[in-house]
Design a protein around this ligand. Structure first.
Ligand SMILES: Cc1cc2nc3c(=O)[nH]c(=O)nc-3n(C[C@H](O)[C@H](O)[C@H](O)COP(=O)(O)O)c2cc1C
Length: 174
């Protein structure tokens, strides 16, 4: 698939069958992560955690629901895998690095036909719960900044007309 097609059909998937993607699909997604640009080439400033342990996913989901004040919501949408992207630095470059890694993984997942959704809300909730955070077993100094929910879905990716509301305001200075 051409990149422009992948970008066009990309969307956030918020319904999952509960079935994991294949090893081959996961490998394609992780390869895309490693192909991302990282400021100053500091690839050791990024850490990935691939979570498939159902009990931990449930805890992360419930923690986020509590954080958002709605215990009946499911901020991870029942996805059977969450790839958490952590950084050991702060500021605009660190957050951009995480964003680029997530975007690469997201587009690779779309190309693979896998459901995916970028998740920051549940990560913000996780940052506030030190006991839960310790279960990610992150190296010292690393903080989770974003994540990608991944899994098989019954939804499909189809050609999209970009809504007017998605067009950024812009000005020109000549
Ligand atoms: C930085 C960032 C954080 C996001 N966090 C969440 C999130 O926590 N939960 C969620 O359901 N979607 C999240 N999204 C997905 C956006 O809501 C979604 O991309 C946007 O509404 C456009 O919809 P689309 O991806 O279907 O085109 C996030 C997207 C970005 C770029």
């Amino acid at each position: 698939m051409e990149l422009k097609e992948v970008m066009n059909i990309r969307k956030s998937v918020r319904s999952y069958t509960g079935v994991q993607i294949s090893e081959k699909q996961l490998k394609a997604i992780l390869t895309a992560a490693h192909e991302a640009p990282v400021g100053m080439g500091k690839y050791d400033s990024i850490h990935l955690t691939v979570i498939t342990k159902a009990a931990l996913l449930n805890e992360l989901d419930a923690n986020a629901a509590t954080f958002f004040g709605n215990p009946s919501m499911h901020p991870l949408y029942g996805a059977p895998m969450l790839i958490v992207v952590s950084s050991n630095s702060e500021g605009n470059v660190a957050s951009a690095n995480v964003g680029f890694v997530l975007q690469n993984m997201s587009l690779a997942a779309v190309e693979e036909g896998a459901g995916q959704c970028i998740i920051y809300g549940a990560v913000a909730a996780l940052q506030q719960n030190k006991e839960l955070l310790s279960k990610l077993d992150l190296p010292d100094g690393f903080t989770p900044l974003g994540a990608l929910a991944v899994g098989k879905t019954n939804e499909s990716y189809t050609s999209r007309k970009i809504p007017e509301t998605h067009i950024f305001a812009k000005n020109e200075i000549q």
